[in-house]
Design a binder for this molecule. Structure first.
Ligand code: RBF
Length: 167
């Protein structure tokens, strides 16, 4: 399914874990803030809807998506953070700058996942236009922030399942 057909706010919620003791950091890029604020709202509200406590959700702001990687690592390295959600929007511009940012952040966040052994979620929209971005930030295609938060919850659930095998 291409992302154009997917509603980012519709997901299978069977077997979700109890996240009432889990602690989250949401990192928000200020670039294209009209969109990233919507992503934040979606991610925050989804965490709350599925059982996270407000006092267990921290927010960090970074200037642009490029900075999401390092900020995610700072939070993920903390013992009292279980999952990090990195939110940004990189819109295709007149230059190829967007490609460099997208690749750097995708690779950087992958590295942080593996380095810290915690879920660090790539909640970065990479649309061609602002209109497409808004469609995925609470518009007709749902909200990428919702999907990113649900991904964090599901990865924590899987981690709990895998950890049982070590007991
Ligand atoms: N940051 C974003 O989060 N989204 C963008 O679409 C975006 N476009 C940029 C385009 C150019 C030409 C430059 C120089 C930066 C852009 N950035 C963008 C900011 C980038 O992530 C980072 O904050 C800065 O490059 C740091 O100086």
């Amino acid at each position: 399914m291409s992302s154009a057909d997917k509603n980012l706010s519709v997901f299978n919620t069977e077997g979700l874990p109890d996240i009432s003791l889990k602690r989250f950091a949401i990192i928000v890029a200020e670039w294209n803030s009209a969109v990233t604020e919507k992503l934040f709202e979606g991610a925050y509200n989804t965490l709350i809807q599925y059982g996270a406590l407000p006092e267990h959700i921290e927010r960090g702001n970074v200037p642009g998506s490029f900075e999401l990687t390092l900020a995610s690592q700072w939070f993920a390295q903390r013992h009292n953070i279980d999952a990090v959600i990195a939110l940004g929007v990189v819109i295709q511009g007149d230059t190829k700058h967007n490609d460099y940012i997208n690749h750097a952040v995708a690779q950087g966040i992958t590295n942080v996942n593996l380095k810290t052994d915690k879920p660090v979620i790539f909640g970065v929209l990479t649309p061609n236009t602002m209109e497409q971005a808004l469609e995925r930030a609470g518009g007709i295609h749902g909200n990428k922030g919702d999907e990113a938060a649900m991904t964090a919850i599901k990865m924590l659930g899987l981690y709990g399942q895998v950890a049982q095998g070590y007991l």
